[in-house]
Design a protein around this ligand. Structure first.
Ligand code: C2E
Ligand code: CA
Ligand code: CA
Length: 896
């Protein structure tokens, strides 16, 4: 539809143009032929001439001015030039008219001629501006214009030369008369060339009209010049008609400008014929000169013939110069091109050598994914290297690219014009490739290399950074990361903190290799039975932690029970059966945004509580525990000063021999008289002292103090002193004991050392050795708290203990509990079998006393006496002996 309308509009403009032209022709014809029906008298004729000579240029000047106002840029300047030119024309004609009216005789050349010359200059300027010649002119074109203008000018002079010879005018006027049309011809020729060479979209019609106007002007001036030279000039006639036509054509051109005035200025288009025209111009110019010159000489004028030859030579020289310039320019161009292509080749070679020497494989693609270039490494690296050649399509080369996601990366790089970088696992070769793709103006460059080793190394480093090298479990870092991640997303989870009991002792006594093996085996047990979202980490030493998602208190407790069992099952390591235990602290996140670090601390507090509780226990965190922990920390600090401050004291609990029913000895039991807290029992501070190592000094103090005290007792009364397992590892125990005996003077056979099963937990050679050395001193060793540990009974055979002390937890079940009875009975049996005395600890009631006296060798407990101060030992002994004597008397009385 718009197209149709356009066609219609252009049709309209063609018709309009024709009508305008016809109207112009008709008008000019009517006025010039002065038809009879006009009945013009002389005045009328003069008036008509005035109208023609004044009206024509005036209208032309106005039309051009209007066109200039409507136009822009160089077009506007062009139309102004035409307007000024037309104005000058008008001014010239007005001057003539003035001469005529005032009766001044005008001789050629007069003032109006000056105006006409300048008018030609303005038209020349206008036509060059209108053709936009300046915007695309080169030196060659300048030569062209000058050549053609000169040639045309000369030709018109030649053609006039016969008339010149017979000129009725003086030489200067003759010259001017000849020069005047020549000037116009050359202006018209310049216009014709620029119209021929440069298409001006939408302008051709106006341009043509202007050109026609200038041609009409040239021809009129030519005729005018001829008439002037011959002295036959008269106003009117053909010259007048042409002048008027010229003005009319300019008016039409000015109107025509309206057609495209509103449109944006179009860029000039070079016409395809231009090169032919350009090339032909010098020859055309020479031909014009030669033909016109020869024509002149043929018509019989030697002067001009000579001039023609000289000028033709000049032209030849001029065009030679032009040729030289063209050749020279071409040469320069060629050498520039050669230099550039050499540089290009060099840089290309450099790029290629760089690409060949790079450790990357390189494949360069065009926009159609076709291979343009590849380096030798690419050929080595890829599987189907036989296919790799320029022109092959990337997708044929890597058929798996679509499925592996590789293609998507390349497409993204090509689409976004941004480089991409990714890693790709090549399934069939089991390697990793690091790939970078860079978009280029011509397509895509792909760089890739085998990064399998780097990746493995990186993964290893990453693994090392997050895993414990010994057990392969997650490490503290990974644990914290998971802890914080879970807390951040407000997950419900449990933190189960596990401390392997007795591990330090194993490590100290059996050596690190056994310790490591134990840790590995324990870790393996923890690992099995974990859920996919659970994490088990080793925090260091014998501390493990498990994070389990979505576990509530009962589930966490259930898990803790399983882990405790797992830890408690004996390990067979280096041919030895080793049994550990575990203390477990649990903290539970309800997903309420608890502080993860706080949560972990809570698990730790619960773990402490579990440790304090009993062996192998687990506890869930309760806020009250925190106070306990703080207490513990405060105690730990106070403990350091306690020994120096003399805050410890010993109590003594009698042990009664059942057969003779007499006090056989006293067990020394330590107390801490805390300056602010009062009396603190060993169950509270001994574990703390063990942790800090203070137990060594405290143990030494207890032993020497007790030995010194026992020296005050009757010689048949022995002394029992407790030893902590930690004392075996941390000091030269045997020497310390020997020194204490020596310093106190207590005979070794009066001293009995009580140790717990943990000392012999593993058939510790070092500990056994220490025990043997102790025994060698002549003292006795008792096994304390018997039945509570994890170790087997086998070790009892390996060392000749003097005494087994049945733990009071079994005694407290007597006499009702069958299980307790069975255990106590079996221990009694064991003692008999191994030749060891058996002591019942913690006998609190008469019935317990009555029960144990049937099988045990000794009794100790509140029923007989609680631990008493050193000062009360003698009184206690007296009381117990008196009680026995009283009982015996009673029995004798009953018997009697
Ligand atoms: P233990 O060696 O088993 O000592 C016996 C504990 O049972 C003592 O607690 C004693 O007061 C208590 N006891 C005695 N008869 C009864 C009874 O009829 N009923 C009840 N419920 N308890 C009874 P104590 O003095 O609090 O000592 C606790 C533990 O501290 C001792 O257990 C021992 O393992 C350790 N201990 C005490 N003194 C020392 C010491 O000087 N060095 C080391 N290393 N450990 C010590
Ligand atoms: Ca004891
Ligand atoms: Ca005990």
């Amino acid at each position: 539809m718009p197209l149709l309308f356009q066609n219609f509009a252009s049709c309209m403009s063609v018709t309009r143009r024709l009508v305008c032209l016809l109207a112009l022709g008709l008008m000019v014809l009517v006025f010039e032929t002065s038809p009879e029906w006009l009945h013009l008298d002389t005045d009328g004729m003069i008036a008509r001439a005035v109208v023609m000579q004044i009206g024509g240029p005036l209208l032309a000047a106005l039309a051009c001015l209007a066109a200039a106002i409507r136009s822009k840029g160089s077009d506007r300047q062009a139309w102004f030039s035409f307007a000024i030119g037309s104005g000058l024309y008008l001014a010239g004609n007005l001057t003539y008219l003035g001469y005529a009216l005032t009766g001044i005789e005008s001789r050629f050349p007069a003032l109006p001629e000056a105006a006409y010359f300048v008018m030609a200059v303005f038209f020349a300027k206008g036509i060059l501006l209108y053709g936009k010649v300046r915007q695309q002119i080169s030196r060659v074109q300048v030569y062209n214009f000058v050549l053609i203008a000169c040639a045309v000018m000369l030709a018109s002079m030649f053609l006039l030369n016969r008339a010149v010879d017979k000129s009725v005018m003086p030489p200067f006027a003759t010259g001017l008369a000849v020069f005047y049309p020549a000037l116009w011809f050359s202006v018209a020729a310049s216009g014709a060339i620029s119209l021929l060479l440069y298409a001006q979209p939408g302008k051709t019609y106006a341009f043509g009209l202007l050109l026609a106007a200038m041609l009409a002007e040239s021809v009129a001036d030519f005729a005018y010049a001829l008439q002037l030279l011959r002295g036959t000039y008269e106003n009117g006639g053909l010259t007048q008609l042409l002048w008027v036509t010229s003005a009319g054509l300019i008016v039409l051109a000015g109107l025509e400008q309206r057609v495209f005035a509103g449109r944006p200025a179009a860029q000039p288009v070079r016409r395809p014929v231009h090169s032919v025209v350009e090339a032909a111009i010098p020859s055309i110019a020479i031909a014009i000169v030669l033909v016109s010159g020869s024509l002149t000489s043929a018509l019989g004028n030697g002067t001009f013939a000579l001039l023609a030859v000289v000028l033709a030579l000049g032209f030849a020289g001029f065009s030679g110069l032009r040729e030289y310039w063209i050749i020279n320019t071409q040469k320069q161009l060629r050498s520039t091109v050669e230099a550039k292509s050499a540089a290009l080749e060099k840089s290309q070679a450099q790029v290629e050598s760089v690409l060949e020497s790079t450790s990357d494989s390189v494949i360069v693609l065009d926009h159609d994914w076709l291979v343009v270039y590849f380096n030798h490494r690419a050929a080595e690296e890829i599987d189907n290297s036989a296919m790799l050649k320029p022109g092959v399509c990337l997708w044929d080369l890597f058929p798996a690219a679509e499925t592996s996601g590789e293609a998507a990366h390349y497409r993204k790089a090509a689409a976004t014009r941004q480089p991409v970088e990714f890693e790709l696992f090549v399934e069939d070769r089991q390697i990793w490739l690091g790939i970078q793709a860079f978009p280029t103006p011509d397509g895509l460059s792909i760089f890739f290399h085998n990064i399998t080793e780097q990746k493995q190394a990186r993964d290893e480093v990453l693994h090392l950074a997050h895993h414990d090298p010994l057990t392969g479990l997650a490490n503290r870092t990974m644990f914290y990361d998971r802890l914080h991640a879970l807390a951040a997303r407000r997950a419900r989870f449990a933190v189960i903190l596990i401390d392997v009991d007795h591990f330090k002792e194993v490590n100290d006594t059996l050596g690190h290799s056994v310790g490591d093996a134990l840790l590995k085996a324990t870790a393996e047990r923890f690992r099995t039975g974990l859920g996919p979202d659970d994490l088990v980490a080793r925090l260091g030493g014998d501390e493990f932690v498990i994070i389990t998602e979505n576990a509530d208190a009962s589930e966490a407790t259930e898990m803790a029970r399983r882990y405790a069992m797992a830890a408690g099952t004996p390990h067979e390591i280096e041919g030895e059966s080793i049994r550990l235990g575990a203390s477990i602290g649990i903290a539970i996140s309800e997903g309420n945004g608890e502080d993860p670090d706080r949560l972990f601390r809570n698990a730790d507090i619960a773990l402490y509580a579990a440790k304090a509780d009993a062996r192998g226990a687990f506890r869930i965190f309760e806020p009250a525990m925190e106070a306990g922990l703080q207490d513990r920390q405060a105690l730990r600090a106070d403990l350091r000063a306690a020994l120096g401050n003399g805050e410890f004291m010993l109590m003594y609990q009698p042990q009664v021999e059942l057969r003779g029913e007499q006090v056989s000895g006293f067990e020394a039991l330590i107390r801490w008289r805390h300056p602010t807290r009062g009396l603190i029992g060993p169950e509270v501070f001994i574990p703390i002292a063990e942790e800090s190592g203070l137990i060594i000094a405290i143990g030494e103090w207890a032993l020497s103090t007790a030995c010194a005290e026992a020296m005050k007792w009757p010689t048949e009364v022995s002394l029992a002193v407790n030893l902590s397992t930690r004392e075996f590892a941390g000091s030269d125990l045997a020497s310390n004991v020997a020194r204490a005996l020596k310093e106190s003077g207590l005979p070794a056979e009066r001293l009995e050392l009580e140790i717990t099963e943990s000392v012999l937990l593993k058939n510790s050679r070092a500990n056994l050795e220490t025990l043997r050395r102790l025994r060698a001193l002549g003292l006795r060793i008792a096994i304390d708290d018997f039945g509570t540990g994890y170790s087997s009974l086998a070790y009892l055979q390996q060392f000749p203990f003097s005494k087994i002390k049945i733990d009071r937890s079994f005694i407290s079940g007597l006499p009702e509990s069958d299980a307790s009875q069975a255990i106590v009975r079996s221990v009694i049996g064991l003692g008999i079998a191994l030749g060891m005395r058996v002591t019942a600890e913690g006998v609190e009631t008469e019935s317990q006393y009555d029960w144990v006296r049937l099988g045990c060798n000794e009794v100790q407990g509140y029923f007989l006496s609680p631990p008493v101060a050193a000062s009360e030992v003698m009184a206690t002994m007296a009381r117990l002996n008196a009680r026995r004597d009283g009982e015996r008397a009673e029995q004798a009385r009953k018997a009697g």
